[in-house]
Design a protein around this ligand. Sequence first.
Ligand code: GDD
Ligand code: MG
Length: 327
Amino acid sequence: MQAILLSGGFGTRMRPLTYTTPKPLLPLLNKSLVQHIIDSLPKEVKEVVLAANYKIDMLREYFEDVNLDREVHIVDEPEPRGTAGAVKNVESYVDDTFFVINSDIISSLDFRNYLDFYREKDGIGAISAWRVDDPTEFGVMDISKDSRIKRFQEKPAPEEAFSRKVNAGHYILEPEVFDRIPEGEKVSMEREIFPDLVEEGLFGYEFEGYWIDCGRPSSLFEAHRTLLDEMGKKRLVGDKSSIEGELGEYVTVGKDCRIGKSSIYNSMIYDGVEIGKGCIIEDSILGYDVVVEDNVTIKDSIISDNLYLEKNKEVIKEKFEPEEKEI
Ligand code: GDD
Ligand code: MG
């Protein structure tokens, strides 16, 4: 079985982090987002197809270095083709019922149970469903008692949303769906393809636990805290990192970091970061190889890769962009 991971798009809401790292490779608990998803796939998924277009060389490099017991294909799109166009572009890699997964979702979905649910139905596909308070940023689905999806609405205005159950971004589809997607065009699965498949049987699969669309830094933090809680850990430190200071709750430190007598709370520190003494870091992300001199305070901020923060600096609610942006 194959799983297509939708891994394109510029990740604009995740800037400045995505100026230097494609969204699927953003670290979460010192592991890339996409790796979290791959690790949760059931055994019968022997092949993973990354439908990508942005910073594809970084994706290739990343997968050269990781050891997976599945085959990974990284397939480039000539230009961003939208969620359905991206699926169409990798049609030749798929030979039977397949998964399509938004690669920015961190969730407790059990793919095995999901597949069992789908196999009992007679339809052309299934979509995972999650209940939210505010559906306006998502795809809304009207699901009947027998789990059939009857209607869709993509990102509705608050007064128009007909349900609070949203598309949670994991699809199981039959290969016939490829015939519905025009070739070589930009096509949206959610807006243009799913509404037309309703007649043929699309089923909504609701699950329990947690579901986070890591589309913006605040939701990445939510995923960071949720996963640490799930592991029963307060903090995580990567290999070959030395820490003299105090790490409070919800702190992850990547590998090869050197942290002096400083205090860090609710923050993500990527690989290769150096922090001097007397610093306070709270609710922030420090990108790869950032250097922070002594007595710096950083709160509610994102510091892009490789940046240097001089002594005594105070950084509050700032997003420091990288010196070189490559889009
Ligand atoms: N290859 C490729 N090409 N991938 C793409 C493209 C493209 O042109 N555009 C988006 N993607 C990928 C993104 O990287 C992401 O993994 C996934 O497709 C969904 O795109 P987002 O841009 O993150 O969409 P969204 O979060 O606004 O909405 C989607 O996800 C929601 C759940 O998180 C929709 O599917 C909503 O209906 C859904 O509720
Ligand atoms: Mg998203």
